[in-house]
Structure formats: structure tokens, C-alpha cells
Design a protein around this ligand. Sequence first.
Ligand SMILES: CCCCC/C=C\C/C=C\C/C=C/C(=O)SCCNC(=O)CCNC(=O)[C@H](O)C(C)(C)COP(=O)(O)OP(=O)(O)OC[C@H]1O[C@@H](n2cnc3c(N)ncnc32)[C@H](O)[C@@H]1OP(=O)(O)O
Length: 201
Amino acid sequence: MALRAALRQKCGLIGILSQPSSSGSHSRVSAVLVSQMRNNATSPKIKVDFNQSTGVAVLSMQSPPVNSLSLDFLTELCISVEKLEMDRACRGLIITSSLPKVFSAGLDILEMYGKSPERCGEFWRAVQEMWLKMYSSNMVTIAAINGSSPAGGCLLSLTCDYRIMSDNPRYSIGLNETLLGIVAPFGTDKNIIKNTHTCSN
Ligand SMILES: CCCCC/C=C\C/C=C\C/C=C/C(=O)SCCNC(=O)CCNC(=O)[C@H](O)C(C)(C)COP(=O)(O)OP(=O)(O)OC[C@H]1O[C@@H](n2cnc3c(N)ncnc32)[C@H](O)[C@@H]1OP(=O)(O)O
């Protein structure tokens, strides 16, 4: 029932958020998706287990050492989510990490150093696509945060409807990217205090 109510509530949001973007920002992922489906390729950085009987998919991030969000990783993540969106049987999505100790280390720092302006633009568009796609998903989304989740990792969890974090004092979460001079827009951090629940590890 709770899942259904959350889904209904979310569908209202989607009406607003899924308006076609004038920038065409979703077209890159869609194009990649089409070509990947054609090639029937599988992704090594993301593992998806979909349970037909529950309608819930578990998406495990498995990009060692720290699930950093590189352009490739973000693209694969968006493709995986897009594939699930297209499956009407899939109602719920749990995002977690298959690495020990780390959910996601956030944006891949190597993407922000010594890259061409074109590549930087592509990277930041992919970041934006990721959070827009997650935030406007028609599935009920849950981040099962089973390790540290700084900066962009925290952002990823904030795009989900619910967050549950392992109650382990060694794991940290928060928008610490200001230490690197990257400023998140106002309001990004408000939900983390309200809606992050912890559970025993
Ligand atoms: C709601 C809409 C709002 C829209 C908002 C838009 C934008 C703003 C929001 C977000 C901006 C986000 C910015 C970022 O994410 S910048 C990146 C910030 N991340 C960090 O600073 C994390 C740094 N890493 C750590 O703290 C630790 O590594 C860890 C994750 C806690 C894990 O610790 P552990 O001890 O297990 O591992 P190591 O530290 O030894 O690291 C292993 C290995 O991984 C490399 N590495 C770590 N983090 C990153 C990274 N982010 N990118 C690339 N590589 C990383 C590290 O260098 C080690 O490599 P080595 O070769 O030395 O083995």
C-alpha cells in the first residue's frame, strides 16, 4: 500500500518534471540506449537484478575502487534506469553498492582535471541527466546506502524517494564538495536531515 501511495504521489510529480527539455539533454542517453539495445551489450559497472514477482529491481553499483561517477559510469547508470523505466512491470528500484565500505565516492575527480571544455561539458550534462532522470523516475526509488557516500554519492541518494543508511560510524555522507570549491545549489541538502533513516549493518 505504502509503495502504491508513493508511486501515485510520484506520478503527479512526473507530469511536471518530464516535460520535453528544450536543451534536448535526454537525447544522448536515449541514443546510447538504442544502440546498446541493438548490440545487446551488458554493463560491467552496473548490475541489475529484477524480480518479476515483486516488481522491484535492485541496481548494484560495482565499479571499483569507489563507484566514482565518471562519464561512462553515469551513462551506464542512466541507461540501466531507462531500461527499467521502459519495463512497465518494474515499479520499484533499489540502488545500492556491491563494494565494501563505499556507496559512491561522488563525481570522478579525474573527470574534472585536464579535460577539454567539450569533455567537461559532456560530463556535467551527464551529471545533470543522472539526477533529473532519477528524480523524475516513475518508479519508487530507494537508496540503500551501505557505505560512505560523499558529495555526488550523496546527491545520487537525494534523488531517490527514500534513503536508508547502514548505521556504521565509519560511513559518512554529506555534501562536502564545497571543500573542492564545487557549490551545490541552495536546497539540495535539506532532505538528507529529514529523510535519511539508518539501520544496523
Ligand atoms: C538536486 C539537484 C542538485 C544538482 C546539483 C549539482 C551539482 C552539485 C552536487 C554535487 C557535486 C558533487 C561533486 C563531487 O562529487 S566531487 C567528488 C567529491 N568526492 C570526494 O571528495 C570523495 C573523496 N573520497 C573519499 O572520501 C574516500 O575515497 C572514500 C569514498 C570515503 C573511500 O575511502 P577508502 O579509504 O575506502 O578509499 P581511498 O580513499 O583509499 O580511495 C581508493 C581509490 O579511489 C580513488 N578515489 C576516491 N574518491 C574518488 C573520486 N571521487 N574520484 C576518483 N577517484 C577517487 C582514490 O584516489 C584511490 O585511488 P588510488 O589510485 O590511490 O588507489
